[in-house]
Design a protein around this ligand. Structure first.
Ligand code: PLP
Length: 397
């Protein structure tokens, strides 16, 4: 048999999806599994967004422009202007999900062997994208005790080498829910300026800030050639399957380069661009109800978690995730055990082991990520199952 690539061998499995076979087996046994492992919201996709696709009459399902439909990109500029972000439509390249925007950013800005500094814990798939682009993720650790605040500036500067090309943040953060303050963003701006680095900012959860607000990296002055924003409609409009994202930058040379990657993959999905364009026209109060719903889910989840003996969960300010520290020996073992061996009242909970969100080996062993994407009743039941599980887990520490 021909041998697969080295890259294919070291590509990490997604910590969010790797336990799926165990969840499927549990369901076959009649156990209800509460999926708090994945950021798949249960919120319905807004009707006008779906209707826009239903009411479109195609004769040919064509390729679109490689940068995305011009009408959509123009519409997106009005979306960004609501946040005080001033961009031109030709500074936006529509991508197949935020995932492709990240890959394009890595491919166009970094060479194999280059380094990107990322505060950890971070969105686990950054590891996979780094393997694809053959770049090295250099973590700067943020701690659960400080609620995952940005590590001190000195920690970043210590990690900068001649190979460092970029800093990558996710704001609001997946998996920690942390919201970067203006002061922290200005610190990052200064480091990027001083060391001539790209600042990648993944803003998939822009709308989901519950206790205060945060800026977009595109609002940082004097960093126009360095900032690259990765964006997506997946969470914003509960449209994960649409596969529409965007890469936004004011750096003209970079845009020209990203465009070549965009042309090589021809175009982003046609139907979903119609949906995404319609989504920009949703009434501005659309997010009020959604945010209120996520906030009450967060409040319930965090309260229930902190009520379990030995559990600590800092209050996440945004996105729809929380990282919690559990009194366990090994998060990977525990999350598998929850699905394979445990049930309470024929119910169990699926969580993502914390280890996959760190690049530093050994970190996150007592942590799990929970996505509060289920309704309040399900979250409550899931927390009861988790409470019972921690009472009987053989690896309790
Ligand atoms: C922080 C972050 N960035 C990017 C993505 C990828 O999103 P998409 O579905 O648009 O590819 C996700 C998905 O969960 C995410 O949480």
């Amino acid at each position: 048999m021909p041998k697969i690539s080295q890259r294919g061998q070291i590509m990490p499995p997604s910590p969010i999806r790797k336990l799926v076979p165990y969840a499927e087996a549990a369901k076959k046994k009649g156990v209800t599994v509460y999926h708090l492992n994945i950021g798949q919201p249960d919120i319905e996709t807004p009707q006008p967004v779906l209707d826009a696709v239903r009411n479109s009459h195609f004769k040919i399902l064509e390729y679109s422009h490689s940068a995305g439909n011009e009408s959509y990109r123009r519409k997106l500029t009005t979306y960004y202007s609501r946040f005080g972000i001033d961009v031109d439509y030709n500074q936006i390249i529509v991508t197949t999900g935020g995932s492709e925007a990240i890959i394009f950013g890595f491919m166009a800005c970094l060479d194999p062997g280059d380094e990107v500094i990322v505060p950890e814990p971070f969105y686990a798939n950054y590891n996979g994208f780094a393997v694809e682009a053959e770049v090295k993720v250099v973590p700067v650790t943020s701690g659960i005790e400080s609620g995952f605040a940005l590590p001190p500036i000195g920690d970043f500067e210590k990690k900068i080498t001649p190979k460092t090309k970029a800093i990558l943040i996710c704001n609001p953060n997946n998996p920690t829910g942390y919201l970067y303050s203006t002061e922290e963003l200005n610190i990052l701006r200064d480091i990027c300026k001083k060391h001539n680095l790209f600042l990648f900012s993944d803003e998939a959860y822009r709308e989901f800030a519950y206790d205060g607000t945060t800026l977009s990296a595109l609002q940082l002055e004097g960093l126009e050639d360095n900032v690259v924003v990765f964006d997506t409609i997946s969470k914003r409009y509960s449209a994960c399957g649409g596969r529409i994202g965007a890469l936004v930058t004011r750096n003209k040379t970079l845009l020209d380069s990203v465009m070549k990657f965009a042309q090589a993959r021809l175009s982003p999905p046609s139907f979903a661009q119609i949906a995404a364009e319609a989504a920009v026209d949703l009434p501005e109060d659309y997010f009020d109800g959604i945010k209120a719903e996520y906030k009450s889910r967060r409040d319930l989840l965090v309260k229930r978690l902190n009520g379990i003996p030995g559990v600590f969960c800092p209050n996440p300010g945004g996105a729809f995730y929380a990282m919690a520290k559990l009194p366990i020996d090994d998060a990977d073992k525990f999350c598998q055990w929850l699905l394979e061996e445990f049930s309470y009242d024929q119910q169990t909970v699926m969580l993502s082991p914390g280890t996959g969100f760190y690049a530093t080996a050994g970190l996150g062993k007592q942590e799990v990520r929970l996505a509060y994407v289920l309704n309040l009743e399900s979250i409550d039941k899931a927390m009861t199952a988790l409470t019972k599980a921690l009472e009987v887990y053989p690896g309790r520490s």
